[in-house]
Design a protein around this ligand. Sequence first.
Ligand code: WQD
Length: 340
Amino acid sequence: MKIVVTGGLGFIGSHTVVELQNKGYEVIVIDNLSNATEDVLQGITAITGTTPLFEKLDLREKAVVQDFFKRHQDIKGVIHFAASKAVGESVGNPLLYYENNINSLVYLLQELEKKEDAHFIFSSSCTVYGQAKVMPIDENTAVQTALSPYGNTKQIGEEIISDVAKTSGINAILLRYFNPVGAHPTAEIGELPLGVPQNLVPFITQTAVGLRSELLVYGDDYPTTDGTCIRDYIHVVDLAKAHVVALERLLDKKNNEKVETFNLGTGVGSSVLEVIHAFEKVSGKKLNYSIVDRRAGDITSAFANTDKANEVLGWKTQLTLEQAMESAWKWEQKVRGITI
Ligand code: WQD
């Protein structure tokens, strides 16, 4: 059964390709290599023994998308990761985000709506909730006005999918991720941020490996246990498995509605300092960090209510924050050529 994974050489995409192959699916990866390299294909092959079909395509080109679906008529499902995802960059370059994240989605859906029944998994984000008033955050929590063009493209994407599903054979599941972290335990694939990492965990591992001189902790004056922000850090392998469970829910026609939404998190909030301490514990390294001013746009706290994912989707996280730190550290050392 052929499944297309757009952005399949990216961080979450590559881990999802591995889990799809582990379940026996034939995977076609589409990626424009704007934020990934073809080497990731070797990593996937090293884990599963199977190299997925790969097509270097840019989904912003409508004719390219049309041609792809003309050449692959027997596609059963699409898991759509391909998007620009840097919050800060989106503020400075909104049209890059609207063109890439929205146009690509529209062209994909235009091909899927031609099919009798199509199954679509959309990579969304807890960022749609902004600073939710109540913790933990469940799927009925109000979506708030996006704080960035990136977040807005996720909200608009969800609305487009809902509208198209009403008038087509498309069945969709929107997956709202909390904070994906860690790497595959084999250290064959992992997060490869280009340039200076924006996210916490790659900055921690790059500091520990000596690439960065120190980690800056953005504020310790928040109304939380230790003053630093709270997030729900979910192991990327758990997150990848959730995509296969969601896809099979649609393939097996178990979905209750044409479009369903699930929060994907551990249900546990961890502070920045707790993440640092977890990393220090598993790595045995003392991390060099200093507390500085808050980062503009950061929310105080966000962690998931996992009841719906556990009870309806039938999925829950298995891996811990420490296991995520351990895999992230093993991956960082591997990438820097340090024998582990
Ligand atoms: C986590 C915490 C920072 C870096 C972002 C996107 C979100 C999603 C996940 C795509 C915050 C603190 C960070 C550093 C720090 N991406 N931090 N020093 O901002 O929760 O979410 O990534 O969907 O859409 O917004 O993740 O890892 O950037 O920050 O102190 O060098 O770590 O202040 O409290 P965030 P993050």
